[in-house]
Write a protein that binds this ligand. Structure first.
Ligand code: NAG
Ligand code: NAG
Ligand code: NAG
Ligand code: NAG
Ligand code: NAG
Ligand code: NAG
Ligand code: NAG
Ligand code: NAG
Ligand code: NAG
Ligand code: NAG
Ligand code: NAG
Ligand code: NAG
Length: 409
């Protein structure tokens, strides 16, 4: 009886003990990818994978089917800048021809450890600068892909924290067809050391995902700090420091006729935005007479989006709504956007523009009427004189705490 209880206890403790997989590195520039994949396979259920060395990765990391896995990345994972090899082998995703080096997928995953993911972006940026060989949106083809260093895809209940990412060839992080994904204390930096600019270095892109939280992070890049692509819902972005970016952006949406794009229930709060093209931005294509259009004409909506406690310095467009994005103004006037925009709230947006738009600090222009757009606590100035505010087709101008330029309405 007594010994049976002991045996049972021993069995139980074995059942709950985590499998551990420590990944050695080969050194000498050899590909550590196969060993990393083997560790993910062995520790795919209830496991802990330790990555505490410097790893060279030249093999696609398709780590899926994970279930209750801890990944302790305290070392550095560096992808090879081997364009000929990666272009055909990186994993093709179904949005804007994006591809990825690492597709992290499954349920209950915790990635942490203070380590670094190095995308070795310089070679890609230089090649892109000189060939412009790329698919739509600078995306990929099988001869020149620029893979995303970390995609959390087809995943649920994931926490990623304390990770640094440098030198991404393309978007830095992609949240793809996933739910309940949290990022905390992430440091992203994409800096080019040649005359080639970094290209498409979005900090985060969210697509077909819900309940995503991004907080306490810094992004130093040259494209969107965070971008909400089609079907991003219930998103919180909190306590971020963005430098050099294109802002925190909804969209672009409505690019493809016949498709429905939704961005709803988004809260963006406590943001410091410096030296950027935009602050709080919403970009939506205009309509189109062509039922097969790939440059506007899609349907959908943007609803319930709040930008709160935003401080901007040297930002060209602190507040921007463009419902005619990349659309010919005449076409847009005749065919207004069929992606509606409503319930957008700007609370306590302060700071100074760059002056590159003259005295304009707010530019909210809708092609179809936008409803329930409100602003309180706005305190934005321009280095060029008294700030001006451009509003077009905004139904709720009385709910804005600034005076729209008389000529705009
Ligand atoms: C993908 O790339 C191909 C070839 O460059 C292009 O024809 C196609 O439109 C792109 N698709 C998307 C969805 O971007
Ligand atoms: C992600 O899920 C979709 C839909 O279930 C599936 O078609 C696709 O193959 C999955 N992608 C990967 C890389 O597992
Ligand atoms: C979301 O995921 C976290 C793990 O990151 C988990 O602790 C939490 O319970 C999940 N929330 C829901 C509602 O499932
Ligand atoms: C992440 O970093 C913070 C701050 O350094 C630390 O308090 C926390 O314990 C770390 N989390 C993990 C899981 O290591
Ligand atoms: C982020 O990383 C960059 C480059 O590795 C470093 O220079 C910077 O100090 C880091 N910032 C924070 C807030 O940790
Ligand atoms: C990037 O392209 C520009 C313009 O074509 C060119 O002047 C420059 O030399 C290129 N930079 C590099 C590093 O190749
Ligand atoms: C977005 O969600 C709507 C509603 O579920 C769906 O009809 C549409 O196809 C989705 N769009 C994309 C791009 O996934
Ligand atoms: C608006 O979005 C926020 C943030 O996701 C959410 O907390 C709130 O419940 C939403 N409001 C409505 C009316 O859905
Ligand atoms: C749209 O595409 C469909 C299917 O490819 C084709 O039958 C139709 O003629 C196209 N319509 C226009 C206006 O191009
Ligand atoms: C407005 O936002 C700033 C940060 O940008 C914050 O310090 C301040 O407390 C906020 N004011 C209110 C009334 O919330
Ligand atoms: C405006 O939006 C807020 C929340 O997003 C909502 O509570 C309110 O009812 C809306 N007002 C109108 C007039 O639609
Ligand atoms: C700014 O506005 C003030 C008060 O309306 C006015 O006196 C001043 O001339 C304006 N300055 C410029 C540069 O337009």
């Amino acid at each position: 009886m007594y010994s049976l209880r002991l045996v049972l206890a021993a069995l139980l403790s074995t059942a709950v003990a985590r499998l551990t997989c420590d990944v050695k590195n080969l050194g000498g520039g050899q590909d550590d990818g196969p060993n990393i994949l083997a560790a993910f396979k062995r520790c795919a259920k209830n496991g802990r994978i330790t990555l505490d060395k410097y790893y060279v990765v030249d093999t696609l990391l398709l780590t899926d089917g994970l279930d209750d896995v801890e990944i302790d990345l305290s070392g550095t994972l560096q992808y090879t800048p081997d364009i000929a090899k990666w272009s055909p082998q990186s994993l093709f995703l179904t949005y804007q021809n994006a591809t990825t080096f690492w597709f992290l997928s499954g349920n209950n995953i915790h990635l942490y450890g203070g380590g670094t993911i190095d995308g070795n972006g310089q070679v890609w940026w230089d090649t892109f600068n000189n060939t412009h060989n790329a698919g739509t949106a600078g995306g990929s083809s099988t001869t020149f892909a620029r893979p995303i260093p970390l995609t959390v895809g087809n995943a649920s209940n994931v926490l990623v924290e304390n990770i640094t990412q440098i030198g991404s060839p393309f978007w830095v992080r992609f949240v793809y067809q996933s739910t309940n994904i949290t990022y905390k204390n992430i440091n992203i930096s994409t800096v080019s050391y040649s005359s080639s600019p970094t290209a498409n270095s979005d900090g985060w892109d969210i697509y077909r995902s819900s309940f995503v939280t991004i907080q306490d992070s810094t992004v130093n890049n040259d494209d969107d700090c965070v971008s909400f692509k089609p079907n991003s819902t219930n998103i919180l972005v909190n306590n971020m420091h963005c430098n050099g970016s294109h802002g925190i952006s909804v969209g672009s949406l409505g690019q493809y006729a016949g498709e429905t794009d939704i961005v709803a229930n988004v809260s963006v709060k406590d943001i410091v935005m410096n030296n950027a093209q935009n602050g709080a931005r919403i970009k939506v294509f205009g309509g189109s007479p062509n039922p097969n259009s790939t440059a506007g004409g899609g349907t959908g909506f943007v609803q319930n989006v709040t930008f709160e406690n935003f401080h901007v310095t040297n930002v060209a467009n602190p507040i921007l709504i463009d419902q005619c994005y990349s659309t010919d103004p005449d076409i847009c006037a005749e065919f207004p956007s069929t992606v509606t925009i409503s319930d957008v709230h700007y609370i306590n947006i302060t700071g100074t523009s760059s002056g590159s738009e003259g005295t304009v600090v707010v530019d909210i222009e809708c092609s179809a009427q936008c409803t329930n757009i409100t602003a309180t606590g706005t305190n934005l100035s321009s280095p060029d004189g008294n700030a001006t505010f451009v509003c077009k087709n905004i139904q709720s101008v009385d709910q804005l705490d600034f005076n729209c330029d008389a000529s705009s309405s």
